[in-house]
Design a protein around this ligand. Sequence first.
Ligand SMILES: *Cc1c(COP(=O)(O)O)cnc(C)c1O
Length: 428
Amino acid sequence: METETSLYPPLTPKMHTWMNDFISDPDRVKNVIKQFGSPVNLHSTTPFIENYESYKRILDKYELNHLICFARKANKSKTFVKAASDHGFGVDTASYRELVQCLEEGMDKDKLILTAAIKNKELLELAIQNQVLIVIDNLDELKLTKTLAEEMGVKAQIGLRVGGFHYNGRKLYTRFGVDIEEAKDFILDHIKSANEVHFRGFHFHLNGYSIDERAKAIAETISLVDEISKYEISTEFIDMGGGFLINYLEDQEEWNEFEEELKMAVQGVREPITFQNNGLGYSMNDGELTGKLATYPYYNEVHKEDFLEAVLTYPTGKGEIATLIKDRNITLRMEPGRSLLDQSGMTLAEVVFRKYDSQGNLLIGLHMNKTQLFSSSADFLLDPVVLNYENHADDEPTSGYFVGAYCLEQDVILKQKSTFQKYLTLVT
Ligand SMILES: *Cc1c(COP(=O)(O)O)cnc(C)c1O
């Protein structure tokens, strides 16, 4: 007889040594939950530093002046600020608290950047006072920055966020920054002769995970750099933001199979592999399968430093991206958030109950709720690791859904159906 394991396509996660080491002692896991309650988020800065170093190696390989800033919005734990500070890289901050904590940590102010989408007076004052580079998003923000800088008698350090890059005959939509086509006039009209601010460079952050779009955006920004240099405006840096892909999974085939099985389930050709047959982006429309997977792409052949290298070696009519940057002596900045954290954290949660719902699905109640594993992805597509604390002679694989503590039908921690041994008592 086929086991249920083959019925529910596995998604085997990549796991760093520290994770395997930690869970290799089930009593330690139990004690941590006892001490701190459930769920517990565990962090290790070892992979965080490894990830930083692999980005740095690539930037050094192409002999680029560079600064890597960790985008704190990906995880607000102060541990990562301290680790960045100790290892000489920077932090990208997106709110007053994020910035003030970095300053309190004693971080090198030259390695801090403020990209917050909303910058009120208090936040701008804090940045100006500390000479933290402010990435200007719009004219109102620039005007307020100038006014405050003048009042404070300090020159504000600024960069300009640009967007609306041209890609394959269309413009990439963004709600952020100044349109790349208007940036030159914006600088000439509002920045060039303003004594209150010191212009240092350009910044962008693209939605999505396209190598091509990033390379084209850098190339278009370089054209702008060349254009404004005719007006004696020099550009110290280009900041390419974040959005570097990660690979979370061991096996590409498992990933492809999951998607195929999901499509079949949505079409009703096989039993559901997700809670209430959630299509995770797919749905049926007039008998036709439509949509696409709305989750993070968990498996990626080209990820992290290889992704960066692919951007740097991207050919343009005037040479590779890295060459264009180097020839102009521009510092390349980047702001990876999520990808610097790859393998740096895991969530432990306690199993509280096992039961069947009104359709006969096995539900595993976890002492946590879905916001504690919240993601913008339609689901978190990695198999959880299940630790068993009881030995049963007749233990066999079974499958079900992990549900959480909110009194909401939707509080399902993982929408995918998971396979595990029957007698589970504690989950990570
Ligand atoms: C979100 C964000 C980042 C980091 O993005 P990741 O996908 O986490 O690498 C960097 N810069 C800005 C301005 C952002 O908004």
